[in-house]
Design a protein around this ligand. Structure first.
Ligand code: ADP
Ligand code: MG
Length: 177
């Protein structure tokens, strides 16, 4: 589904809704150019999880871990890495939650991961003009929470594959053809 993001606050709000509704082990793969709003969205996710530490871009640190919220947040940024370097990182330990406490894994520049988790939420951010962005959210082997669907309708859904029922504010995302 596509969500129109009118300004920075809208992007943050989408992140908050995600942060409130995601479960342990969920992976969010973020794609989009520099300045598209990936970090802004993750800041919202942190807020939705109840993390009050400032969420800063892990461009140089590669990964930042935040453990004070409802669930741990593992925030990665692969911008400075090549695909073969990413492969050597064993990122799956994060989404399998084997050696770490299972939490939310949010990965910027996810197009650099040569392998993908079994299930994940793909979020592709694209530019409109200076203030607007568009998020294209695609679930792979997972379900988009109803809250996101409602939010999407609220922000003007521009996709034909979403059905919003105003009677009970329910929202269903039809699978892509
Ligand atoms: N609708 C919007 N959503 C997100 N960021 C926006 C939006 N409009 C303007 N911006 C600005 O664009 C920049 C996005 O930066 P950031 O979230 O760090 O992007 P990325 O992590 O994708 O490089 C911020 O300076 C933010 O204020
Ligand atoms: Mg960033």
């Amino acid at each position: 589904m596509k969500i129109f993001l009118a300004d920075t606050t809208a992007t943050r709000k989408l992140g908050i809704t995600l942060g409130q509704s995601l479960d342990a082990g969920n992976v969010i793969l973020l794609e989009g150019d520099l300045g598209a709003g990936k970090t802004t969205l993750v800041q919202g996710i942190g807020e939705g999880l109840g993390i009050s530490d400032p969420i800063v871009s892990p461009t140089f640190t590669l990964i930042n871990e935040y453990t004070e919220g409802r669930l741990p947040l593992y925030h990665l940024d692969l911008y400075r890495l090549e695909s073969n370097e990413v492969a050597a990182l064993s990122l799956e330990t994060y989404w399998e939650g084997v050696e770490v406490i299972p939490g939310i894994v949010a990965i910027e520049w996810a197009e650099r991961i040569p392998y993908k988790p079994d299930s994940y939420l793909s979020v592709r951010l694209t530019y409109g003009d200076e203030r607007t962005r568009q998020a294209e959210i695609t679930p792979y082997n997972c379900v988009i929470s109803e809250e996101i669907g409602v939010l999407s309708a609220f922000y003007e859904c521009v996709s034909p594959n979403i059905v919003f029922d105003a009677k009970d504010s329910s929202c269903k995302c039809l699978p892509d053809e």
